[in-house]
Design a protein around this ligand. Structure first.
Ligand code: GLP
Length: 243
């Protein structure tokens, strides 16, 4: 638990830098990193860019896999997760474009696209460190309430709560929020060696309570991480209001 959301971002960035540098990636050995979008991780991305500019961190031998993407938004739409990731992170660092993996929400066969993503993670040797955020309803990636806790990457219809929470990114017009997304499954994230979940703000406090103080429950999918051997939740004070 840290004082502010700013400290959460800075702490997470320092942690990611240490993990990559300690791993000593190279041409034959990539560090595989799972990444989230949303407003919560923005501070972390900013700080990681700063570390890169200071010459302390290279992404040359890092492969990334993003958690999710909306179905049907053009890639260059400002709210697509492709746009978010390139604009807020990838274009500022030295990552090779072929090492970036983001689900294609415009693929002609969405099921095949999800299966391909799972295969790519496997071929990369699995995810070393998956970073996630949560929705106010306790979802991780787009694993909405009721998702199977062993789910894999798939198409998901978004819950009303998520449409409402994300309308702020679409001129507060809920009609403009895509109704479906592609998302890694809870099982996909649970397979990672290590998971870091960033939770900030009072609007997430009930979800945090459900995540850690009650039992594992598929209506609060982030609670599944109670059964992961190596998960860390990084919160600010506001997020702990209900604990
Ligand atoms: C979306 C994403 C989640 C993210 C959540 C929280 O639903 N699919 O991966 O964790 O938003 O976003 P924010 O950090 O903006 O609260």
């Amino acid at each position: 638990i840290l004082d502010t959301s700013k400290s959460v971002g800075e702490w997470a960035a320092k942690y990611v830098m240490k993990r990559i540098n300690d791993f000593k990636p190279g041409p034959e050995r990539h560090f595989v990193l799972g990444l989230p979008t949303g407003s919560t991780p923005l501070g972390m991305y900013k700080q990681l860019i700063e570390f890169h500019k200071q010459g302390k961190l290279s992404f040359q031998y890092v492969k990334t896999f993003n958690m999710d993407e909306y179905v049907g938004l053009p890639r260059n739409h400002e709210e697509s997760y492709h746009y978010y990731m390139w604009n807020n992170f990838f274009k500022h660092i030295d990552i090779e474009p072929e090492n970036v993996h983001i689900l294609d929400g415009n693929a002609s066969n969405l099921v095949e696209e999800c299966n391909r993503f799972e295969r790519q993670i496997k071929e990369a040797g699995g995810v070393e460190l998956f970073i996630g955020g949560i929705g106010p309803d306790g979802h991780i990636a787009f694993n909405e309430p009721g998702s199977s806790l062993v789910s894999r990457t798939r198409v998901k219809t978004l819950a009303q709560d998520t449409l409402e929470a994300n309308a702020r990114f679409f001129n507060n017009d809920i009609q403009k929020v895509p109704k479906q997304a592609l998302t890694v499954g809870v099982g996909t994230v649970l397979d990672a060696q290590e998971v870091l979940i960033l939770i900030t703000g009072a609007q997430k406090s009930f979800a945090l309570y459900k995540a850690i103080e009650e039992g594992v429950n598929h209506m609060w999918t982030v609670s599944a991480f109670q059964q992961h051997a190596n998960t860390l939740m990084i919160c600010d004070e506001d997020a702990t209001l209900e604990l």
